[in-house]
Unconditional design. Structure first.
Length: 467
């Protein structure tokens, strides 16, 4: 095709297959295929590189409290596994679908839904787990490094060419048979290992981040005896007179919230309003278009923030340095906590570490600056726990779109525990987030290596120079 903007163009006959939809022959995709062809690298289809390609069960399963971890397409992101929302299936059902049992080194690729095209390699932590039908399990031949192939699929070129395979507008999908059309460049074993090793180290750092975060949450759970909290729903309940507030909203007297407050009181946990443990709350508006810059400083919005994670590299809105300097007094600092105030998702929080800076908060994101009574990492754990969730349910407003205004945010009741334990939790969360950032940097470096490889700017001599 000869123009990005033209309504028609030429496609080399060698690239025409049994697809007649025009989206399959976009100029960017044709250019990427030509780039692969011109790279002088061996090109093999994903099918030819594999000994097994399958998917998980399509239906018939129900989720249980305890059982076999069931990985879904939303759990694969940024070349790794994100399991904040874990689901399990019973072992009896799992045993019926041995074809999708995971082995170490398996390559998983999302193939159905809006976010199809994410890939990750199975580590020892996920052996014998299962997957749903929206994920393809690809078991590669021994001579091919799965971490290199993972880096390629997640690279700009590999990702765009994978997305090209998608069919349907309502729920895009890639069929397993389509992998015979997906080309993978195969460099020397030395290069595969060099690039794949960055992905392996990234995985190690990601697991370290998860370990530290889990340890922090276990400390918090034990201190508040959260595992002992039992709640039974009912259609009516009594509200103690001392708990009445100048509001008639039923959400203020949610039974689960009231029962949880009683649970904390029994534990002898001191509860304080959020405003008593903060130096300040900073809230900014969305910058005007004239103040934005593609390569500027991130101005965080709701979609940039997940629990314990901030999207920096691909943040949606970035601003000019001049705009940032004009709001210097509102800049985000090391050990601040950012929280989403519109949603869903609503009330998700992340600790800010030095490696993220400089940053500004944008629309519907508040910056919390703790005082000496609380550590930032501990506050982050509180806000992402059942404590924060119940406070969000109580203090949010709206039907389709929900909001928390600063006046309501300051009323959040926060449990205060021993400062030594707070500090221990803080250090684990801080270390976890730093490890996650280092992991992402390695993944991005691996993807850049893949692009350099395809463009002819990377070979074995480069590895020898860097060793």
């Amino acid at each position: 095709m000869n123009s990005l903007n033209s309504n028609s163009g030429w496609v080399p006959h060698t690239l025409i297959v049994d697809r007649i939809d025009s989206g399959f022959y976009r100029k960017t995709d044709i250019d990427n295929l030509k780039k692969l062809s011109d790279s002088n690298l061996k090109l093999k289809t994903l099918t030819s590189l594999s000994t097994k390609i399958t998917d998980g069960p399509h239906d018939g399963y129900t989720f249980v409290e305890e059982g076999v971890l069931f990985i879904r397409s939303q759990n694969i992101k940024d070349a790794g596994f994100y399991l904040l929302d874990k689901k399990y299936i019973d072992k009896e059902f799992h045993d019926k679908f041995q074809k999708s049992w995971l082995k170490e080194g398996d390559l998983l690729i999302t193939r159905i839904g809006h976010y199809y095209g994410n890939a990750a390699v199975v580590s020892k932590n996920y052996i014998d787990c299962n997957i749903n039908h929206a994920i393809a399990l690809v078991r590669l031949k021994k001579e091919t490094d799965p971490y290199f192939v993972c880096a390629y699929i997640n690279s700009p070129t590999g990702y765009q060419l994978y997305r090209r395979l998608g069919k349907s507008f309502t729920s895009p999908r890639v069929n397993l048979a389509d992998y015979q059309e997906y080309l993978v460049p195969i460099p020397s074993n030395n290069i595969q290992y060099y690039i794949g090793n960055k992905m392996r180290k990234a995985e190690e750092l990601r697991e370290e981040a998860k370990r530290l975060r889990d340890e922090a949450e276990v400390l918090f759970t034990k201190q508040l005896n959260l595992n002992e909290f039992i709640y039974e729903d009912s259609s009516s309940w009594k509200v103690d007179e001392q708990l009445l507030e100048p509001y008639l909203n039923v959400q203020y007297y949610n039974k689960k919230y009231l029962e949880f407050q009683r649970h904390l009181k029994k534990q002898g946990i001191k509860m304080v309003p959020l405003n008593s443990i903060l130096k300040c709350i900073i809230k900014n508006s969305s910058p005007d278009e004239s103040d934005r810059s593609k390569n500027g400083i991130p101005s965080l919005i709701v979609s940039d923030i997940d629990p314990y994670k901030i999207e920096i590299r691909n943040s949606k809105i970035k601003v000019k340095k001049e705009y940032y300097e004009g709001l210097k007094e509102d800049e985000i600092l090391d050990c601040d906590v950012v929280i989403t105030t519109a949603g869903p998702p609503l009330g998700e929080a992340c600790l800010v570490v030095k490696d993220m800076l400089p940053l500004l908060s944008g629309a519907h994101v508040s910056t919390l600056r703790p005082n000496e009574k609380i550590t930032a990492g501990y506050l982050t754990v509180v806000l992402n726990s059942i404590v924060g969730q119940l406070e969000v349910e109580k203090n949010s407003f709206g039907i389709r779109q929900q909001y928390i205004f600063n006046d309501q945010l300051t009323k959040f009741r926060i449990p205060l525990i021993d400062m030594k334990l707070q500090q221990e939790i803080h250090e684990k969360i801080y270390g976890s987030i730093k490890a996650e950032i280092a992991s992402n940097q390695l993944i991005n470096a691996a993807k850049e290596d893949v692009e350099s490889l395809i463009n002819g700017n990377f070979d074995d001599s480069f590895i020898n120079e860097t060793e």
